[in-house]
Design a protein around this ligand. Structure first.
Ligand code: AMP
Ligand code: ZN
Ligand code: FE
Ligand code: FE
Length: 279
């Protein structure tokens, strides 16, 4: 029997990827994936449509999300998996996060006006995301389309990066609350892409807050770095996951299936969850 493979970090156009569910599924099929997780930023609206699209190829779509959180004043992305995506409490919290994203976008558009950028409407930015999880990548795209910047990098450097002219911070959950929220919905909480964050010192505290796993496999990560995070996961006796962080055309260096992990890691996550939820 062929080894089953998974990619557990994929975005759709329900947040800031350009890919609709159908495109994600076609790529997953072409690249030989048996299981994927849709992990959109602060929304789970993409899960059901992706499940529908996946029926064609019998690809398993587990529930996922990437929550915007913070620890010690720094951005932390917490991945949630295998939670009940009809949980009321969970949905209510996501709605709050989306509302604050829309308000924040209006503030950024206002700030841009001070720099002469006067032809961007809130509605057209929001229309770029199929949910209310609107973010800076959407605004960057419009700045480029309307000729205010040459490319997306300039959009961030000049206007949108942290500390830049039109930057407004977004609401983030304390990591502890993000982890609790996922646990309350029966899911497992995983620290996203630790290798790109340069803040390994927060891993121990997060484990104390209840963190269940580390995203050990990630796009453009060397064997040495993978082994380093494997070692940390083993030391803390927590799960290991991995994924591509595909964003369609919005992120050039990755795609669905760029990172493939053995399905055993999904099974380990399911077993761990069952054990924990039944004690
Ligand atoms: P938001 O959630 O609205 O704050 O947007 C965060 C997203 O913007 C990140 O996930 C990145 O994809 C993108 N981003 C953040 N900083 C930069 C940057 N300096 N250059 C390009 N993209 C960035
Ligand atoms: Zn993103
Ligand atoms: Fe992330
Ligand atoms: Fe991501």
């Amino acid at each position: 029997m062929m080894m089953k493979l998974a990619d557990l970090h994929i975005h759709t156009h329900y947040s800031d990827s350009t890919s609709p569910p159908e495109e994600v599924i076609e790529q997953a099929h072409q690249n030989g994936l048996n299981c994927i997780a849709i992990t959109d930023h602060d929304t789970i609206d993409g899960i059901n449509p992706t499940r529908q699209a996946a029926e064609k190829y019998n690809i398993e779509v587990i529930t996922g999300v990437e929550l915007s959180a913070e620890k010690n004043g720094r951005d932390v992305h917490i991945l949630g998996y295998l939670f009940d995506h009809s949980s009321k409490k969970f949905l209510t919290q996501l709605e709050i996060m989306q509302e604050t994203r829309v308000t924040r976008m209006a503030q950024m558009i206002e700030k841009l006006k001070k720099f002469g950028v006067n032809n961007i409407e809130l509605k057209e930015v929001c229309d770029l995301a199929k949910s209310k999880s609107v973010g800076r990548p959407h605004l960057a795209l419009l700045l480029k389309e309307k000729g205010w910047v040459a490319d997306l990098k300039v959009a961030f450097d000049k206007y949108l990066a942290e500390g830049a002219a039109a930057y407004v911070p977004k609401f983030k959950l304390a990591t502890e609350d993000a982890i609790k929220l996922i646990h309350n919905a029966g899911g497992v909480a995983v620290l996203a892409h630790p290798m790109v964050m340069n803040m390994d010192e927060i891993i121990s505290p997060l484990v104390k807050e209840g963190l269940d796993g580390l995203e050990v496999y990630y796009t453009n990560t060397t064997e040495t770095v993978i082994n380093f995070y494997k070692g940390l996961a083993e030391k803390h006796n927590i799960l290991m996951t991995g994924g591509s962080d595909a964003h369609g055309k919005a992120k050039k260096n990755t795609f669905v299936g760029k990172v493939k992990i053995p399905y055993e890691l999904v099974e380990a996550m399911k077993n761990y969850k069952e054990k924990r939820n039944h004690v």
